[in-house]
Structure formats: structure tokens, C-alpha cells
Design a binder for this molecule. Sequence first.
Ligand code: SAM
Length: 217
Amino acid sequence: MTAPPPDQRPEHAFRRPPGWALDYRDRRFCAGSGARTDRRERKALLALLHRAGAGDGPWLDVPCGAGRMSDLLPGPVVAVDFAEEMLRAIPSPRGPCIRATAFELPFCDAGFQGVLCHRLLHHVPRAADRVRILTELRRVSAGPVIVSFFHSVSLQHARRALARKLRGKRRSSRGGVTLNAFLRDLREAGLEFVAARPLLPFVSEQWLVLAKKSAVD
Ligand SMILES: C[S@@+](CC[C@H](N)C(=O)[O-])C[C@H]1O[C@@H](n2cnc3c(N)ncnc32)[C@H](O)[C@@H]1O
């Protein structure tokens, strides 16, 4: 697939040094607070899959990264990521691994039983871009869409903002929004909120949300 035009690239956040994918796979979530986050994310995702009554696939995992969450999804899993290096780092793929952008997924409408979009949207600062991605997720899902975002009303968010200020940095590659703002993004994309799971309410930024296609298109 050809590279997407510049305005479709949230890759400002993803210009990473060589070896980043293996580091992400083998270190980021393997020890200490990373391992705790991994456990909480898995628990939240399992709860939402249960709530969704998630059938037997196929599911789409976009962005899949090194496939960390794919093993929790039911049935065959199509793994999509923008970074070739990440796709190569997937230890045991559960289906095809495809390089593509979440802004423009190379799949037909309603081709998946469900879609997971985990740890992408907090790297997408503009609401219009988040809505474009959510609209694309909705298009390819026949049912549930499970998506994560960073909640700005949280200790972690406040701590990060303070640390940035103290270091004199104005920009961050991670951005949070309020739950209301995120629900607005969902509505604009034609998705209806079903349930949410914060990893640690008011402490952690990370929330997982289960949505479904709105009844009225
Ligand atoms: C923080 S990782 C999350 C990976 C995985 N979902 C997880 O939770 O471990 C974010 C991933 O998004 C990918 N990415 C960034 N922009 C993307 C885009 N426009 N389309 C698809 N993948 C993208 C990056 O290559 C990276 O692998």
C-alpha cells in the first residue's frame, strides 16, 4: 500500500529509533508499572468483549503493534499497523498482518465481526482526525467497536502536564480529552456508547470504551 498523504499521518508520534518495535514488545509492558498496565488493560478488554457478546470472529486489531492484545480477541484476527517493523515483531500472528493506515482501511464494509483500536487515539490530537478514524472503524465492523482514549480528568494526565511544564516542553505526543469530548467524537462518527472501563478511575488516563453502530445512519 502506498504511504498516506501527510495530513493522514499521526506519525509525528511514531518516528522511532530502530529497534523500537522489539523494545515495545519485549520491555514496555513486561515489568513494573508496564506489566501492571498490561494486566489492567487485558482485564478491561475482556470485560468489554464479554459485554459485547463477542462471537467467534474475525476481528480486526488496528493498530495491532506487536500483537499484544490480539490474543484476547475471538476467532481469527486480522492485524493492521502502519509500522512495518511492528508487524514483523508479532510473535505468532492469528491471521493476516497488513500494513495500512487506520484512516483508510483496505477492507469492505462490515467485513469484521468486531474491531479493536487500542492505544492509537491519544496520539491523534485533532478531533476531526479522531472522528475520521472512528468512522473508518465503524464502517468495517459489523458490530462492536472497542476503542481506547486518554481521559484528561485523571492524576496521570495532571502529572504528565506538570512534568512537561517543569521541563519547559509545550507539546506532548500523547493527548487526553474529557469523556464528554470523546463521546462527541463517537457520535460524530455514527457510533453509540455502550460501556466504558477506566483502568483506574481518576488515576489512570487510559479508558477502554465499547461502542456500536448508531441505530440511525
Ligand atoms: C502505542 S502502539 C499500540 C499497539 C497495540 N494496540 C498495543 O496496545 O500494544 C501504537 C501503534 O499505532 C501505530 N500507528 C500509528 N499511526 C497509525 C495509523 N495511522 N494507522 C495504523 N497504525 C498506526 C504505530 O505504528 C504503533 O504500532
